[in-house]
Design a protein around this ligand. Structure first.
Ligand code: SER
Length: 314
């Protein structure tokens, strides 16, 4: 990777991936784009307003900056997607299709995140294998499975260097996610610091895979830098680092804030989605094919999240 384009850079992943990549590859070599102006991303490197649904504009940015690698991070998440499935399909697939075509025409590598949401109620729940039944029941998941298949198709048919990971719920302290089912695991930290209590929309005993942002960012770079001869899979790799329920994360927070209280006001849409997703993924293929290894667990992450949020809220 020498000249990188990030599409959807203003979102939860993009806002941190831009900074992370600029540190490694140089500020001038990482072009951040988003449908909205993002002042913080424009401060230390190139930024352009780009509507990912406009293929001509995307191709023009790629040509002008001599881009060789695209990170397509545009997505409406699972819960918000259920409120407007047609729009979710249009945005998620439109951005992907344009990224694939621009990557094909301009000889770029392409990273697009997939998700635990690509699995569904008929997938094995525990230790969900890399290659297994994928029949998601959300439009978000349907987009992810279709995206995986299309990305593999572009690799096989046109030789485009497409790569992807199935992200667990990502926990971070810079930009909050919006409209996802795993968002509770981010909100809970902010509410614990600010108010000492949190009302959770996901049932107390539902396990989902989660990952801390530093591990998620490292996964993007390690996969894109991996020797292609080692990759049996491409779109998309299971990765895992921790799996917990709302009760388990609340108990971890109580080790730092003993008076922390949590109650529940269940969102039926989030409940159904959360219950349809795996409890924990098997990430053996990612470990074997490109050396994936998580560095953060729930305990370490909780200490870090609370410290960062506390210092910022002072
Ligand atoms: N975090 C996403 C969501 O909850 C899953 O990839 O929608």
């Amino acid at each position: 990777m020498k000249h990188i384009l990030i599409v959807g850079a203003g979102g939860q992943i993009g806002s941190e991936l831009t900074t992370y990549l600029r540190k490694i590859y140089g500020n001038a070599n990482v072009v951040a784009t988003d449908v909205r102006e993002c002042k913080n991303l424009a401060a230390d490197g190139p930024f352009e307003v780009l509507d990912a649904l406009n293929a001509t504009s995307m191709a023009s940015v790629v040509a002008r900056h001599n881009i060789d690698t695209i990170f397509n991070l545009v997505a409406l998440l699972s819960a918000v997607g259920e409120r407007n499935p047609q729009m979710a399909w249009g945005v998620n697939m439109g951005a992907l299709m344009n990224s694939l075509e621009v990557a094909r025409q301009h000889h770029c590598a392409l990273f697009t995140p997939s998700s635990i949401g690509a699995f569904g109620p008929t997938s094995p729940k525990d230790g969900t294998p890399q290659d297994t039944i994928m029949q998601p029941t959300t439009v978000y998941g349907i987009c992810k499975v279709t995206g995986e298949l299309l990305s593999n198709y572009y690799h096989l048919k046109y030789g485009v260097d497409t790569r992807s990971v199935r992200f667990p719920g990502i926990i971070s302290n810079v930009t909050q996610p919006g409209g996802g089912t795993t968002d509770y695991a981010v909100e809970i930290y902010y509410e614990a610091v600010r108010n000492g209590k949190y009302t959770c929309a996901v049932p107390s005993d539902v396990y989902m895979d989660m990952i801390y942002m530093p591990d998620a960012l490292r996964a993007c770079v390690e996969l894109m830098e991996a020797d292609p001869r080692q990759l049996i899979h491409r779109n998309s790799f299971n990765i895992a680092s921790m799996s917990f329920t709302p009760e388990i994360i609340a108990a971890e927070i109580r080790k730092h804030i003993p008076e922390f209280e949590m109650d529940y006001y269940i969102d039926p849409v989030k409940r159904e989605i959360a219950e349809s997703w795996p409890n924990s993924l098997d990430d053996t293929c990612a470990r074997q094919e490109w050396g994936w290894k998580p560095e953060w667990d729930l305990e370490k992450m909780t200490t870090d999240m609370l410290n960062v949020i506390r210092s910022r809220e002072k």
